[in-house]
Ligand binder design. Sequence first.
Ligand SMILES: Nc1ncnc2c1ncn2[C@@H]1O[C@H](COP(=O)(O)OP(=O)(O)OP(=O)(O)O)[C@@H](O)[C@H]1O
Ligand SMILES: [Mg+2]
Length: 259
Amino acid sequence: MQRIVVLNPKGGSGKTTIAINLASYLASRGHTPVLMDFDPQGSSLRWVRKRQPAQAPIHVIAAFEKDTRTTRAFQLRVPDVATHVIVDTPAALDPHHLPEMTRDADKIIVPVLPSDIDIHACSRCIRDLLLVAKIRRDEDRLGVIANRIRRNTLTYQALIRFLHTLGIPIVATIRDSQNYVRAAELGIGVHEMKSYVAQDDVAQWVPLVEWLARPAGAAPAPPGASSQDAGQAVGDGEPVGSGDGSVAVRAASRTLVNA
Ligand SMILES: Nc1ncnc2c1ncn2[C@@H]1O[C@H](COP(=O)(O)OP(=O)(O)OP(=O)(O)O)[C@@H](O)[C@H]1O
Ligand SMILES: [Mg+2]
């Protein structure tokens, strides 16, 4: 069983969209995914409840609920048949919860939007994953999804440069597409839409699926990555850039130039 955690404390970066579409992809390929929803908004839970009986089943665990009638372990119990557990996490997740949230994760996906504010928030998130949760980049457990991308924009280029500097792979680039909005309303994912409607979106999931299939530790760290410069590139325990996201990007770009 593979455990995949989707996180980024920045609200609206696409955590739920990635989590539900991944569950939909796996279910439609004959796997038995379980969605574990830690977000009190319950968006993943609501999405599963919209699914029709004809659609491939997806088990969901409302992990955000505090059920005093059972033990926490019982509440979070994953069915034996599960092939994957996909964890959808809330916005504003406290960094202190990162070690617990990522401890058993085979893969950690951080979706990030190509905006200055989001790049800045992402740099903090990655810093916390490396320094607080002690995720090592050479384990190939941590990947970023560039979400809602419009190529050839300056912020997209900045995002690419920034991530390259941190040595964190971009495991998928997902375009801004109304198909994600429509699919979410219907309780399906883009992989369950008619192929003439969603083939461009579906194609963008191939690198992600390949990365997920690769066991952790199977690949060398990307260029520019070493455990020592993890802290430096993201601020060595200091808040990353005290100002706007461009500070983080400039710091990251400098590291790249100096590498
Ligand atoms: N690639 C995309 N194309 C178009 N719309 C998208 C895309 N990804 C996400 N969205 C939309 O952006 C909004 C926020 O996405 P989502 O709910 O997945 O973010 P989130 O990180 O889970 O938010 P929260 O932090 O509140 O849980 C939703 O309306 C979703 O449909
Ligand atoms: Mg969400």
